[in-house]
Design a protein around this ligand. Structure first.
Ligand code: ZN
Length: 204
């Protein structure tokens, strides 16, 4: 945000409306100095009066924050750009989640192996041995539940038959046979039960 530009824009709009700084200040219930500070870019109008100020100046908040009037076709462009940026952030987050899943599962499987090797070779009473083996498997359960939650939420599954991209619910993911991130599920679009590939980006 360019505060100087915003200030100049406020001043220009005020003059277009034929108001002095004092008149605008009175309408907004602020001091002349406050208006002067906005217009020189030293201060931004408080968010609590921004809407009133914009309606007084005959502009939108979006115009004010950009320091210029935004044409209607630009509006669409700017909105699309914002959407795209949000989409990119989501993809980055999803990618990070999937990496977390790999790390978590690797650690969990490593722990399983270590506990079992320990239980097999170390000196200990039999009941401790049995307990260790049980614990080694139990610790997999939260890992699996959490992983499946991540997998369901991050990105989409793409039907290999028709290319439909969709997000299945938790139980569908939980009970579907899988090879890595490829899962066999029934596609809601073509109705075929086939393998679905994990994808992060949704093609429109
Ligand atoms: Zn399909």
């Amino acid at each position: 945000m360019d505060q100087i530009q915003i200030g100049k824009f406020i001043a220009a709009c005020r003059r277009e409306k034929g108001m002095t700084q004092a008149q605008l200040a009175e309408k907004m219930g602020v001091s002349d100095r406050a208006v002067s500070k906005w217009e020189t870019g030293k201060n931004m109008p408080d968010s609590s009066i921004m809407l009133d100020l914009c309606s007084e100046l005959g502009i939108s908040v979006n115009d004010l924050l950009n320091g210029r009037r935004i044409a209607m076709d630009n509006y669409k462009e700017i909105a699309e750009k914002t959407m795209l940026e949000m989409q990119q952030v989501k993809e980055q987050n999803d990618r990070m989640l999937l990496h977390t899943e790999i790390l978590m599962c690797s650690l969990s499987v490593a722990l399983l192996l270590v506990l079992n090797i320990f239980a097999k070779y170390a000196e200990m009473p039999d009941w401790v041995r049995v307990l260790l083996v049980i614990v080694s498997f139990l610790q997999l359960i939260p890992c699996i539940c959490f992983s499946i939650k991540i997998e369901q939420k991050a990105g989409y599954y793409m039907c290999k038959n028709c290319g439909e991209q969709w997000v299945p619910d938790y139980t569908q993911v939980l009970f579907s046979p899988h090879i890595g991130w490829n899962r066999k599920m029934t596609c809601p679009h073509c109705g075929k039960r086939c393998y679905h590939k994990k994808v992060l980006t949704k093609d429109e």
